[in-house]
Design a protein around this ligand. Structure first.
Ligand code: ATP
Ligand code: MG
Length: 329
């Protein structure tokens, strides 16, 4: 069975982009893959953070992931398993500065004020490579924004294998969903929907109430034209395209199907239908998350059991990597 690894930062409650780009596929892959899913709390401290918020959001994210159908034994938090940090350090020494300088996520997150960001944010892709390769995972379900990081992970694996003279790490294949792999902000169709966007109006989170969903969709930025009757008509209309793509992904239809129904109409009726669809599909996730959140101890015990399993898989792999680089145990 092919091993799958993927992670999500517990920096906030997962949003619709995380759900369509990643989480929904994680749940679906469990049936025929050996899956390992991780709350990457070590990545969450690459940007300024508040310890109490991190703790609360790690538990909240865990509840949310379980509510989307992730099986409890497959879920844990990264910092509880030392393999990540140990292999991450080795990869810091394998990866090249020139490779990291090309990473667009660092440029996006650091903005103009590069000098003032953490060294962790800069070497984040090396740790991400370690996250995956510590499990010898070969398939990684991620959103479109992570494509470049997966390519870097393959470069690191290849260089490690070359330098150590053995084919130890496998090549990784990104699994990027065919639809809604990059859900855009509801306030700006040129920016991806993100947990770190300061505007709460820019994203729908999986614990939003029906009223919050309806309000955010009603306020979502659009242009003033009617919806087009075909997909070509969405060109240069980033916000309209995003809403149609979300509708299509949530209803498992093509964008053409959606436009065949709503083309020629204004955004009013379409937004109402989209809000209803989101409430119908995400409502049960919010209810189940709220139920799970009532028992914090249970969530902690789920994460501990998941960490035990993750340690069992990753420990022999990382010990072998340590032996290959010449470390004595
Ligand atoms: P941050 O802004 O803090 O980086 P994020 O919203 O990008 O948070 P991550 O935890 O970094 O969330 O990503 C978790 C998973 O969700 C990754 O697989 C990522 O590719 C996917 N993802 C994130 N944003 C989107 C989006 N807008 N559309 C589709 N997939 C997304
Ligand atoms: Mg991200």
């Amino acid at each position: 069975m092919q091993r799958v690894f993927s992670g999500i930062q517990p920096t906030g409650i997962p949003h619709l982009g995380n759900y369509l780009g990643a989480l929904r596929n994680w749940a679906a892959m469990q049936a025929d893959h050996d899956c390992v899913f991780c709350l990457v709390d070590m990545h969450s401290i690459t940007m300024p953070w508040n310890p109490e918020d991190l703790r609360r959001q790690t538990l909240g994210s865990a509840a949310c992931l379980l509510a989307t159908g992730i099986e409890p034994t497959r879920l844990y938090n990264q910092s509880a398993v030392s393999a990540h940090a140990r292999l991450g350090w080795i990869f810091n020494c394998v990866s090249r500065l020139g490779w990291l300088n090309r990473m667009t996520q660092f440029k996006d997150k650091a903005g103009k004020n590069r000098e003032n960001h953490s060294a962790g944010l800069y070497v984040y892709p090396n740790l991400m490579a370690a996250d995956i390769l510590a499990f010898h995972a070969t398939r990684v379900p991620v959103g479109d924004d992570q494509k470049q990081h997966i390519e870097l992970a393959n470069d690191i694996a290849q260089k490690f294998n070359h330098d150590m003279g053995t084919e130890f790490f496998p090549q990784i294949e990104a699994f990027i969903p065919p639809a809604a792999a990059r859900v855009m902000s509801l306030r700006d169709g040129t920016k991806k929907m993100s947990k770190s966007d300061p505007s709460e109006q820019s994203r729908i989170v999986l614990t939003d109430t029906p009223d919050e969903i309806a309000l955010k969709i009603r306020r979502a930025k659009t242009d003033s034209d009617a919806l087009p009757s075909d997909v070509e008509g969405l060109e240069d209309r980033a916000e309209a395209r995003n809403l149609v793509a979300i509708y299509a992904a949530m209803s498992d239809e093509t964008m053409s199907d959606v436009l065949a129904r709503f083309g020629g109409q204004g955004f009013g009726p379409f937004k109402n239908a989209l809000a209803d669809l989101l409430v119908e599909k995400l409502g049960p996730v919010a209810t189940e998350t709220a139920r799970l959140m009532q028992n914090e101890d249970h969530i902690i015990s789920v994460l501990r059991a998941g960490a035990d399993r993750a340690r069992e898989i990753s420990e022999p792999i990382v010990q072998e990597a340590e032996r290959l680089v010449g470390f004595i145990r």
